[in-house]
Design a protein around this ligand. Sequence first.
Ligand code: NAD
Length: 371
Amino acid sequence: MLNIKELETTKELRQTYGLFDSLSEMGHEQVVFCHDTHTGLKAIIAVHNSVLGAALGGVRMWNYTSEQEALTDVLRLSRGMTFKNAIAGLNLGGGKAVIIGNPRKDKTEAMLRMYGKFVKNLNGKYLTAEDVGMTEKDMEYINMETKYVTGLPTYVGGSGAPAPMTAYGTYMGMKAAAKKVYGSESLTGKKIAIQGVGHVGEVLVDFLTKEGSKVFITDIYEDRIKEVANKYAVEVVDKEAIYDLDVDIYAPCALGATINDETLYRLKCNIIAGCANNQLKDEQIHGDECLKRGIVYVPDFLINAGGVINIATEVNGAYNKAWATAQTETIYEKTLTVLNTSLSQGRNAQKVAMEIALQRINDIAKIKATY
Ligand code: NAD
């Protein structure tokens, strides 16, 4: 069971740190290193906590600069999934996987199927899904080797890509934050900077431009920028300039740790609300710093839970879009609850949200403890 000590886990994993020290400090149950010479697969699967149920979380394929970076990422992401699934009201634990490699160049059917075989060998303790660098089609390949995969395409009876529901939940959380800060949930006329216009970022642009927000976008890939800028009325900015914009809301929708010592003092926004996982480089230091600077930060694992809510409906049978939509809409009220507590008590919003998630895990564990 999780304990309060794990709430203090904020430091980056150090090279000198033993792996079991990290697992013990962060509270992981199991970490599996998967390797296959023929396909070139190098993957790590991390199960953080399975008190609420099987550990559900996506697989990310990324060109990590080192194995340590990949390990740190999967440990942080899987821990985040424990809190995300718990606060989202799902009966699922937290897990995540990473595949080391360039998703645009290195991904093959055989590699994905080999990854699927490793997932299968965990016998349902970990359920995989789509994350950065992955597509619905990739889930289909993985599904050829294991049934423990979610986020399958709708044409095979799955819930399809989780990104639209993630974007919808992010939009809900953004509106709740606007209500708290500006007294109205309307985002019309609000200046919003979106960092990363991938699967989720693009749908968020769609919601926001329809509502009449003034949207700024950036990405590291020119083709992504062109595609989105051709479809929507947005202003394109350089990927470094995104931190210096005079905006109401900064929406991190790329990778994690973009709220850090180097960026926080540059941000001029009132609200940080985006879909990226692990946005705060250090939950304690940078969560506190947001509060000190008067920036309302919407906890990442709360605001971006729409996608996992969507795929979770597949776990118990047929995809149920109506349930997923209604459950995703609860992000609005949950965000208000967290922000009300955080601001009235002057406490780090991320920590407040973690406490709510942890409370649910511990409450349900008590129920499970009896016959
Ligand atoms: P994606 O890979 O489709 O999009 C990410 C985009 O960010 C890409 O276009 C990439 O080029 C861009 N990017 C990367 N680094 C950047 C940088 N430094 N500056 C600007 N752009 C950069 O991924 P996605 O599915 O849209 O997910 C985005 C984020 O949301 C990730 O952190 C992911 O873990 C998180 N998330 C996604 C989902 C989902 O349903 N897909 C659910 C929950 C959380």
